[in-house]
Ligand binder design. Structure first.
Ligand code: AMP
Length: 281
């Protein structure tokens, strides 16, 4: 497995593979890798001939009051996991490599509408930072396919929109959410949870499953379902940002007669840890 820090080196490596007729997959991550990330790597190994994983904790997608400084960084363990899962190269750029003009002077990408609701309403600059780094990654690592998790569903939709709008030559693949046995979605931020919080955390998935069951049985009073789910989380000690029943395609609120496929999304704080999850119906 090659470890590359330089943008020219990783671009040359990908281009050489492509000249040999090989199909290249990219798995963008912020490191502290777990089985959720490995599901992306496995999908990439299955669908592509060569797989590049990027590890970069992107400062521009964290607000000043968020967890950039304490975000878990475990490069040695990450490399061992990637090697064991058949990854061919790891791109680990520095902040200077990703942002040669500095963070404030960087050219930014903004996807309107989709970026301002749900997560975007609670983390106003988050998706601009995410799009800005993902576009840079796509240019430095000109793979054929890029793999994203459904766990960050809004991120996936925004990346798809950006790729379509800018005609970026990258096919976006989505991979289902990996969960612990008790339903908690795997996340690097789960490591922040105390033992007591960890025991409570699966309620997030449970609430999604219960709202999903009600909708499947015909409930269409979506605002009431959202409100009740939030109250249930509050009673258990969560501070919910939202429980939202949305159309899968454009994340707009469905009306009672909507025939579009739906998704339920949740974001809530448990102590100092902010968790997100969703359920596709
Ligand atoms: P992150 O390192 O948190 O930025 O995540 C990198 C990629 O892994 C993103 O596409 C995430 O959606 C995906 N991912 C994170 N957690 C999971 C999970 N539990 N299951 C599937 N994909 C995940």
């Amino acid at each position: 497995m090659q470890i590359l820090n330089d943008k020219h080196a990783v671009r040359d490596c990908v281009r050489q593979w492509q000249q040999q007729g090989l199909r290249v997959g990219l798995v963008p991550t912020m490191g502290n890798l777990h089985a959720g990330h490995m599901a992306l790597v496995q999908a990439a190994v299955q669908q592509c001939d060569k797989v590049v994983t990027s590890i970069f904790v992107n400062p521009t997608q964290f607000a000043p009051d968020e967890d950039l400084a304490r975000y878990p960084r475990t490069p040695q363990a990450d490399l061992a996991l990637l090697e064991a899962h058949g990854c061919d190269a790891v791109f680990m750029p520095s902040v200077d490599t990703m942002y040669p003009l500095g963070l404030d002077a960087a050219t930014q990408i903004h996807v309107p509408a989709l970026s301002t609701v749900l997560e975007g309403a609670h983390r106003p600059s988050h998706f601009d930072g995410m799009c800005t780094v993902v576009a840079r990654l796509f240019l430095m690592v000109p793979a054929d396919h890029a793999f994203f998790g459904q766990k960050d569903y809004q991120q996936l939709k925004i990346v798809q929109r950006m790729v379509h709008d800018l005609a970026l030559p990258m096919v976006i693949e989505s991979v289902p959410t990996e969960r612990e046995a008790d339903g908690l979605a795997l996340s690097s931020r789960n490591t922040y949870l105390s033992m007591e919080e960890r025991q409570k955390a699966p309620l997030l998935h449970q609430v999604l499953a219960d709202v999903g069951a009600e909708i499947r049985m015909g409930a269409v009073d979506y605002r009431v379902l959202e409100q009740r789910a939030q109250e249930r989380l509050q009673r258990a000690g969560f501070v919910p940002d939202y429980v939202a029943i949305r159309r899968r395609d454009d994340l707009r609120q469905p009306d009672e007669n909507d025939t579009q496929e739906l998704i339920i999304l949740v974001a809530a704080r448990l102590g100092t840890t902010r968790l997100i999850d969703n359920l596709l119906l």
